[in-house]
Design a protein around this ligand. Structure first.
Ligand code: PHE
Length: 467
């Protein structure tokens, strides 16, 4: 006999856990830089529209499906899909995707941990030294950091839904918010900070084009943790009396607010140190911004505020990034863990040992694919370049399969589960929902233009990434 399914103890517990999943490293650097490069305020408006009109319906569909079935994605698809081929495949994709993205995300979390450790030791000058990141990723110190991160994640997950995920989120999310606000206040007091705020906020509609629109949608979709099975799984931990609709809205607002506020830290910091920065020259990659660019910003800052204050600021920054990353990592490892518990009827401990263990081993492989192990470094060849194991996981799962999963969930909910069922499910805990304009909008959009848009994003990514 398996143990009864655990549930979050409160709505706020669920909201903080789901927001913990959504707020990740993409919010802190990726979003602000993308906004600054692509039209400032104009990008922000576009992004907010995508969150409200495309992402929120998908989010509600995932959460509703999870609570209805009380299952994680694989069983949810199979139960309502009655084991039919296409839905079996969708269930399988929704389980393997978080597994693989967990590997990719764990590599980055481990790097952040390493940088955090070095900044606590006061080695800011080392972190900012020429070529350090390249040396860092190819050093076996990685293994020590990996062990530390594995322990932290598993300590949270072994506690289960209430005593693990919910409790950790209740401590970590307010801490994250506090650190963010502290950094924003600190950075805004620096000379020339306002130049960054201007670049970030002043709208330039002429920058908006097809690829910016595609990028903004993809960013919003990933940032809300959609298409990864996470919200189906977390939805299954929701009690029947809980209000999914209001919770979903709050998670979307929190994630967007954190991304927006992070821009008030990231951009002013860049412009305070490099007043003549041309936004075009900023890197698109969060990874290179966090590990190569930011240590230099903090080191340069030591000229005006002193080395100790700059080191403290750097430590808070990496701690912030680490907290954001760990709450996302926990949510994504929970998906295969919970699926395995269900499918094999085993204890959480056993499921974690297997899933968590497999993810850690694959992380080791992905982490050694930057030169340490040549075979993993030039693993396959496509789009005219050699790709490492890490690149393949990123290109295939993070970039390509996510919108496909989103598309499948829309089609599944609308054409298999039927949208009236979704409305009825969402009405539990929110009686006013069925008569609201939102319910009409969700019912209509989820079976029409949202899947079409996701199909276009999917096709576009396949064509640009692999050919
Ligand atoms: N929302 C996360 C982010 O912005 C994306 C993510 C969630 C990645 C969960 C992995 C796991 O970084």
């Amino acid at each position: 006999m398996s143990a009864p399914r655990e549930h979050f103890s409160s709505k706020i517990g669920f909201i903080l856990a789901a927001a913990g999943s959504a707020v990740g490293i993409g919010n802190l650097v990726g979003f602000p830089v993308a906004a600054t490069k692509n039209g400032g305020g104009a990008f922000l408006i576009l992004y907010a529209l995508f969150v409200a009109f495309i992402c929120l319906p998908v989010m509600l569909a995932e959460m509703g499906l999870g609570r209805k079935t009380q299952h994680s994605p694989y069983s949810a698809y199979n139960e309502i899909g009655e084991g039919k081929g296409i839905w079996r495949l969708a269930g399988w994709l929704a389980t393997i995707t978080p597994f693989m993205i967990a590997v990719f995300y764990m590599v980055i979390t481990v790097w952040i941990f390493g940088y955090l450790y070095q900044s606590v030791l006061g080695n800011l000058d080392l972190l900012a030294s020429e070529g350090y990141f390249g040396k860092f990723v190819n050093s076996y110190h990685f293994v020590g950091y990996l062990i530390a991160v594995t322990i932290i994640v598993n300590v949270i997950l072994i506690g289960g839904v209430r005593k693990g995920i919910e409790r950790a989120s209740k401590i970590l999310m307010p801490t994250l918010f506090l650190m963010l606000i502290l950094l924003v206040i600190f950075v805004l007091t620096l000379d020339n900070a306002m130049a960054g705020v201007k670049f970030y906020l002043i709208p330039d509609f002429s920058q908006i084009n097809g690829s910016v629109i595609n990028g903004a949608l993809a960013q919003a979709f990933f940032s809300l943790s959609l298409g990864m099975g996470i919200l189906i799984t977390y939805g299954s931990y929701f009690r029947r009396k809980d209000d999914i609709v209001t919770s979903g809205k709050l998670v979307a607002v929190t994630d967007t607010a954190v991304a927006f506020i992070a821009g008030l830290m990231t951009l002013p910091a860049i412009f305070a140190i490099y007043p003549n920065t041309d936004p075009e020259t900023l890197s698109d990659s969060s990874v290179s911004m966090i590990f190569s660019f930011f240590p230099n910003i903090f080191l340069a800052l030591s000229n005006s505020v002193g080395y100790v204050a700059a080191s403290i600021a750097a430590t808070i920054f990496f701690l912030l990034a680490f907290v954001a990353a760990i709450t996302s990592l926990v949510s994504i490892i929970e998906v295969p863990t919970s699926s395995f518990m269900e499918q094999r009827n085993v204890s959480r401990k056993k499921a974690l040992l297997l899933m968590g263990g497999a993810i850690t081993i694959l992380t080791l492989i992905a982490a050694t694919s930057f030169g340490m192990v040549p075979w993993f470094t030039t693993f396959v060849f496509y789009a005219d370049v050699d790709k490492s194991v890490f690149d393949v996981i990123y290109d295939v799962f993070y970039d390509t399969i996510l919108p496909l999963n989103g598309l499948l969930i829309c089609l599944f909910v609308r054409y298999r589960w039927k949208r009236t069922q979704l409305t009825a499910e969402l009405a539990e805990g929110n009686e006013a929902y069925p008569t609201s304009w939102l319910a009409k909008y969700v019912s209509f959009s989820i079976g029409t233009f949202i899947p079409v848009i996701l199909a276009i994003v999917f096709a576009n990514t396949v064509l640009t990434k692999f050919f």
